[in-house]
Design a protein. Structure first.
Length: 136
């Protein structure tokens, strides 16, 4: 004999699938200082679910400290590892990477020669840095 409770149980069982096939249905509780709008995904982390930007880990240029609500821990990530980003996260990273650029090359007098080969190479490296988030 089926009861109302059984019907509910059946429904729950029907939804249960391997976790990688389930879309994120809810956000786990986030620490209060995390901005929920600054989310991004990394394909091989937590089945592509949302993670959140935190700040500068002061390790490598362009490296970002982020929060994983699933493991409740911070981790380091670069732009090139991310797949999807919220619009606010994209702007946050754009500003962050501009601010993380190393100084342009200078000559012996401490001046920047904007026409030099070194300066052109620095500009090219900056363009690549803005795309990947990794300084080479
Ligand atoms: Zn995670």
């Amino acid at each position: 004999m089926r009861t109302r409770f059984d019907c509910g149980t059946q429904r729950l069982k029907a939804k249960r699938q391997p976790i990688r096939d389930e879309p994120p249905r809810f956000l786990m509780k986030l620490p209060e200082d995390i901005d929920k709008e600054l989310w991004f995904t990394v394909p091989d982390k937590c089945h592509g679910e949302k993670h959140y930007l935190l700040g500068n880990p002061h390790t490598f240029k362009g490296r970002i400290m982020a929060w994983c609500p699933h493991k409740e821990t911070s981790f380091f990530v670069s732009l090139k590892e991310m797949k999807e980003l919220s619009e606010p996260a994209r702007w946050w990273i754009t500003g962050y990477l501009r601010g993380n650029e190393p100084h342009p090359p200078i000559n012996g007098d401490g001046d920047t020669n904007f026409d030099s080969k070194e300066y052109k190479a620095w500009e090219k490296a900056c363009d690549e840095f803005h795309e990947s988030g990794v300084w080479k």
